[in-house]
Write a protein that binds this ligand. Structure first.
Ligand code: SF4
Length: 62
């Protein structure tokens, strides 16, 4: 499982980082980006939760 954040859609609210700081961080443009290539098994539920909670649907699974 891979996660992608659409940089044009992200509004930098930080909700995904609150849920899963192991996967996301804010970059220099104050947008979230995924910092791991392959989501570890034990973080998949949190990654999916982040996808669902993003207010602008910027996070997608690949
Ligand atoms: S929850 Fe969505 S809008 Fe908010 S920082 Fe994460 S990707 Fe960006």
């Amino acid at each position: 499982m891979k996660i992608k954040v659409d940089q044009d859609m992200c509004i930098g609210c930080g909700m995904c980082l609150d849920i899963c700081p192991e996967i996301f961080k804010l970059n220099s443009d104050d947008k979230s980006e995924c910092i791991v290539d392959e989501i570890p098994e034990d973080l998949k539920d949190k990654a999916k939760e982040s996808c669902e909670i993003c207010p602008v649907d910027a996070i997608s699974e690949e």
